[in-house]
Design a binder for this molecule. Structure first.
Ligand code: M6R
Length: 611
């Protein structure tokens, strides 16, 4: 949460930083701000989106060779101009941007207040900056040393970047718990929360680790740990194309990413699944096959949409591999006292690879000697680096706040892992193994077919856009899809929606059913099909509106439903990869019909780097 960008080099810093902030806006959009040194320190900040800041700066002289920028997701202090970053030191010479939370800020603030410091904002960031300033001005140390001393006293998570009026082309940055990437150009450096603001200028990047401090000048990058020892920067080549982070003619990133799915699923399968010879090869899995096959138990930890992928994986792994699986919210796991043993395998699922709760949950499981396998989309992210092994989902950058293509890629990876384990363990027979490989192989084409018929879903969205509540019901592999459909709708359209196992309806939610309640059944053909058809009848009998995702040719369900969204036939184990697509589209089109900003829904951020 919160996006930060900085530049030092020979270019004009403002356009680089502004464009970078636009790319990082998915991380938070409560306010935006930029600091530049141009005849003294200049800070420009504005509540709202980056476009509002840009507009307020038209006609202002903004020439500078270095600067820092921030787009905020508010934690301490309401969204306002006052609380927007960058914050400045008391003497006005230092400015700082910050992503994360300083947990002991109130203690630090009390000490500073006693020393006579005054505060212009309600943020923890201003406290940290003034704490650094106090050490810098009163302890006769360099700014770099002051930052190091201050960070040793800080409890919490941070990426900070400081700009100093007295040495404007030297940026000081540090991280713990939040992401920071530094792009290396010729005589210039780019700093950002992720690589999207950097890729246009250079493909050489360094991912900064926790407890590292970077001193960045146009032609120099010095990395140190908090003990002031030099660390050799590890240069990585970015595997990202500019086109992947642009809308390419789509109205929104969310729609583009929904339409990306035939390709993103294919990319996820590519080089791993070979339908011709019936094999699955996954480097991260193959290297640790013994550990996975002999796991006493698999524990899946994740948040949000990734947690829903985990729920489906639980059904798939238990069915195919006969290994007990538990799925936990990372936020719960990290604070309770879970039983984790040496023979346990933890699968951590995360699109961003930066979700704070998932990261801490991993650390906790590691303390108990569990083996951590990461299923992550963002290459080089913290979770991927904290895991013992893993598989990237290769869905490409996902920019819309609502997760779509990352989810389907997660399902593909998790299903391939299950098949690989089951085949080795011999808990699946050859015929079913080959059948499922083939089913996975056919998914990209089947998703393309669904995406050819979006007009009817758009009309459906218009029909139901004014509903106050929605209920989503599914059984078996499609139960988590009901949860995911409801989450998508909530996020994008702000309509209250709940997902339930279809049979649970009778234990409470059926009380909600009345003429105005749309009930979405995720009812593709599976072993429970007749059961879910009966559930739909029960809703009809109470005058609820039935909308159903059905398999093509399912005339029975079509008769009961008021409206249907049709997907191609598929084995029930892979059917969620298809049934989720119409629900993503339904949420998207309802959000659009209501005139909402679907890529940046209110209060949300893409990468949840605070707990
Ligand atoms: O990056 P992660 O997969 O770890 O993120 C987890 C959730 O924050 C995320 O899935 C969130 O629920 C999405 N906005 C859902 O669309």
């Amino acid at each position: 949460m919160c996006g930060i960008v900085a530049y030092t080099g020979d270019r004009d810093a403002y356009p680089v930083i502004l464009k970078g902030l636009k790319r990082l806006e998915y991380r938070g959009y409560d306010s935006a701000g930029i600091a530049l040194v141009n005849h003294g320190m200049k800070i420009f900040k504005k509540m709202g989106k980056v476009a509002a800041l840009e507009e307020s700066l038209i006609g202002i002289e903004l020439k500078a060779k270095a600067g820092i920028g921030h787009t905020r997701w508010a934690t301490h202090g309401e969204p306002s101009d006052r609380n927007a970053h960058p914050h400045k030191s008391t003497n006005g010479k230092l400015t700082m941007v910050h992503n994360g939370i300083i947990e002991n800020y109130s203690l630090l603030k009390q000490d500073l207040l006693k020393k006579g410091y005054k505060f212009e904002s309600d943020t923890d960031t201003e406290v940290l900056l003034k704490f650094i300033e106090d050490i810098y001005l009163n302890h006769g140390v360099s700014l770099e040393e002051a930052v190091r001393i201050a960070l040793k006293r800080v409890v919490g998570a941070y990426v900070i970047i400081l700009l100093n009026e007295d040495d404007p082309q030297t940026l000081i940055a540090a991280r713990k718990g939040s992401p920071l990437v530094i792009g290396i150009g010729k005589g210039e450096h780019f700093l950002a929360s992720d690589a999207t603001p950097i890729v246009e200028y250079t493909k050489e990047v360094v991912y900064i680790n926790d407890y590292e401090l970077a001193i960045v000048r146009p032609d120099e990058l010095i990395l140190k740990n908090l003990g002031n020892e030099r660390v050799t920067p590890e240069i990585t080549q970015l595997d990202m194309e500019l086109a992947a982070i642009e809308k390419e003619g789509f109205e929104h990133f969310m729609l583009k990413e929904i339409f990306d799915q035939p390709v993103s699923i294919y990319d996820c399968l590519r080089g791993r699944l070979d339908a011709k010879i019936g094999s699955i090869r996954m480097e991260g899995v193959d290297k640790h096959l013994d550990q996975l096959v002999n796991a006493n138990r698999i524990l899946i930890i994740a948040c949000g949409t990734s947690w829903h992928a985990g729920l489906i994986a639980e059904y798939v792994i238990e069915e195919l591999c006969r290994i007990p699986v538990e799925v936990e919210y990372a936020s719960e796991f990290r604070y309770r006292n879970p039983v984790v043993n040496e023979g346990d395998v933890i699968i951590a699922i995360s699109q961003s690879g930066e979700t704070a709760d998932t990261l801490v949950a991993i650390e906790k499981a590691k303390e108990n000697k569990a083996f951590i396998f990461g299923v992550v989309n963002v290459v080089g992210s913290s979770i991927s680096r904290q895991s013992h092994a893993g598989a990237y989902t290769h869905a490409g950058p996902e920019i819309g706040v609502a997760s779509t293509k990352a989810f389907t890629a997660q399902l593909v990876i998790l299903t391939m892992i299950a098949l690989r384990i089951a085949y080795t363990k011999k808990t699946i027979d050859q015929t079913r193994y080959l059948h499922l490989i083939n089913e996975l192989h056919e998914i990209p084409d089947k998703v393309s077919l669904i995406l050819q018929e979006t007009e009817s879903i758009r009309r459906l969205a218009e029909k139901y856009q004014d509903a106050r509540d929605f209920l989503y019901l599914g059984r078996g592999y499609n139960f988590p899809i009901a949860l995911e459909g409801a989450l998508k709708l909530k996020e994008i359209s702000y309509i209250h929606a709940e997902g339930y196992p279809a049979a649970e309806m009778k234990h409470g939610p059926i009380a909600l059913v009345e003429e105005s309640l749309p009930v979405v059944f995720v009812a593709t053909k599976d072993a429970y099909h007749e059961k879910i058809l009966s559930n739909a009848q029960e809703i009809k009998a109470r005058k609820g509106k039935v909308i159903a995702v059905i398999t093509e040719g399912d005339t029975l369900f079509k008769e009961v439903a008021d409206d249907v969204m049709v997907v191609p036939q598929a084995d029930e184990l892979v059917a969620p990869l298809l049934s989720v697509i119409p629900l993503q589209l339904l949420a998207y089109y309802i959000g659009v019909a209501k005139g909402l900003d679907v890529d940046k829904p209110r209060n949300l951020a893409k990468s949840v780097t605070v707990e």
